[in-house]
Design a protein around this ligand. Structure first.
Ligand code: ADP
Ligand code: MG
Length: 201
């Protein structure tokens, strides 16, 4: 079973990965965006880590809801409300249970990803974070490592796509040939599950 500590480790592992990869994420956002994705998420996830230390919410749902709220209030770009919605909706779906199973997490995360698609209007193949998140959720039944591989493959597979949502879509065909920054950061988020599971779960 996964308790609030697991979810806290998930968020801090993601914050550390975003810190490590911030320059790379910003570099990916340079040819097809405005070169701020790394700094946007770094600001957001640092705020998440700080808030979780101070407030120590005691259920999985409360950890994710608080994290989502922080992302919405600290990240300026399009990705803030989208990631914030993902975590808040996933947290809401987990309810008030003190511990949840991996199946429950998979169902909740699917509800979160559906909410991101409803908010942003993106579908798989539009060259967005959805292209990493949907394969990850589909693979989650086979474990965290399978989900992380699926997310990474999904992010890499955005390179030949033409963007149909977000800032990159303004470039039309010129968005082809570049990996999507948001799909890349989503793969970091899913990889955080593996780390959270390995470190004391
Ligand atoms: P901004 O585009 O406002 O500068 P960021 O650079 O932080 O915001 O985030 C860009 C990423 O957000 C994109 O790479 C893409 O994955 C994701 N994104 C943008 N618009 C959407 C959308 N409508 N639906 C899903 N993801 C989106
Ligand atoms: Mg940007």
């Amino acid at each position: 079973m996964l308790d609030a500590d697991f979810f806290r480790r998930w968020m801090t592992a993601t914050a550390a990965a975003v810190d490590r990869e911030a320059d790379h994420l910003t570099a990916l956002d340079s040819p097809i965006g405005d070169a701020d994705h790394g700094s946007n998420l770094q600001r957001g996830f640092r705020a998440v880590a700080t808030t979780l230390e101070k407030e120590s919410p005691d259920t999985p749902g409360a950890v994710l809801t608080l994290a989502g709220r922080q992302l919405i209030s600290t990240v300026g770009g399009a990705s803030g409300p989208l990631y914030g919605t993902l975590l808040r909706r996933t947290g809401k779906a987990l309810g008030e249970a003190a511990e949840v199973g991996e199946d429950q997490l998979a169902d909740a995360l699917r509800a979160g990803v559906d909410a991101v698609m409803a908010l942003g209007g993106a579908a798989p193949g539009d060259k967005t974070m959805i292209d990493a998140l949907v394969p990850a959720v589909d693979a989650l039944g086979d474990g965290f490592a399978a989900a992380a591989s699926a997310a990474t493959e999904g992010a890499l597979a955005t390179t030949p796509l033409q963007a149909r949502k977000g800032r990159a879509s303004y470039l039309g065909e010129r968005s082809i040939g570049h990996q999507d920054p948001g799909a890349t950061s989503s793969a970091l988020l899913i990889a955080g599950l593996v780390e959270a599971g390995a470190n004391g779960g």
